[in-house]
Unconditional design. Structure first.
Length: 255
């Protein structure tokens, strides 16, 4: 062990401390540089190829509170499929890199187009990879490609990204396992509305640490919405099917 530390010290001196590792801690370490911190945060991100989950969702707004069951399937950077059920299937969503497909059975409406519809509501510029990151507990942004600044916080490692013209993003990371605890977005195009995604609980499934619960809340144009996602069952199948076909006779949602 002593020999190991001697060699490590020599190695660090030679390369100018380029491989410095941030050790887990109950409190944030103030002296850690942002670059070193990001390297460790990236290591904690889960690499998931095929992912399947059964989710209990609770939607709350000023007018309604509704619980439903959601089946989620995704393939990394290829597709994300959701089926919402209230005893029977009531809506389906399919996202690819190029398009978004959606239909719901109550009003018999459907949408087929790009991500403009989603981003016009949220005031963001999210695509497929960003939405997938949210579900598996990774930062929506690619941290290594963003110009991030660190903010002092007594409990979390906090990074802020103000490079976007549409929103500012603040990320809160656990100091012990470096998993994300909250992603918070202030949306400039919607009178400083707020979108918050919190991760209060994680679970370890087949060696991967993924969310047990996600709490999404938004205050956009004065309307507050809360969505709680509880992951009931999770697995990583070898293959996935995505049953999806736009029904005939439905009217298209117009932007």
């Amino acid at each position: 062990m002593v020999k190991y530390f001697k060699y490590s010290l020599v190695f660090l001196i030679i390369i100018g401390c380029k491989s410095l590792t941030v050790l887990p801690s109950k409190k944030p370490i103030e002296s850690i540089k942002v670059k070193r911190l990001i390297e460790n945060l990236k290591k904690s991100e889960e690499r998931v190829n095929l992912f399947r989950a059964r989710i209990r969702a609770t939607y709350t707004s000023k007018k309604i509170k509704q619980s439903l069951s959601i089946n989620l399937r995704l393939k990394n950077n290829k597709f994300l499929w959701l089926s919402a059920n209230i005893l029977v299937p009531v809506a389906k969503l399919l996202m690819t890199n190029e398009k978004v497909f959606f239909y719901e059975k109550f009003q018999k409406k459907y949408y087929e187009g790009d991500y403009e519809f989603l981003n016009s509501v949220l005031g963001t510029n999210f695509g497929l990879q960003e939405i997938q990151n949210m579900f598996v507990g990774n930062p929506i942004d690619n941290l290594s490609k963003e110009n991030l600044k660190r903010i002092n916080n007594p409990d979390y490692y906090v990074l802020i990204n103000t490079a976007s013209e549409k929103f500012s993003a603040t990320y809160f990371f656990d100091t012990e396992n470096f998993k994300i605890r909250e992603q918070r977005f202030i949306l400039f195009d919607n009178k400083n509305s707020i979108l918050s995604i919190k991760y209060p609980l994680y679970q370890k499934v087949n060696g991967k640490i993924i969310p047990k619960e996600i709490q999404i809340s938004s205050l956009i144009n004065g309307d507050f919405v809360s969505i709680i996602l509880e992951f009931i069952r999770v697995d990583y199948p070898d293959k996935l099917t995505i049953p999806f076909k736009l029904p005939e006779g439905y009217s298209k949602i117009k932007l």
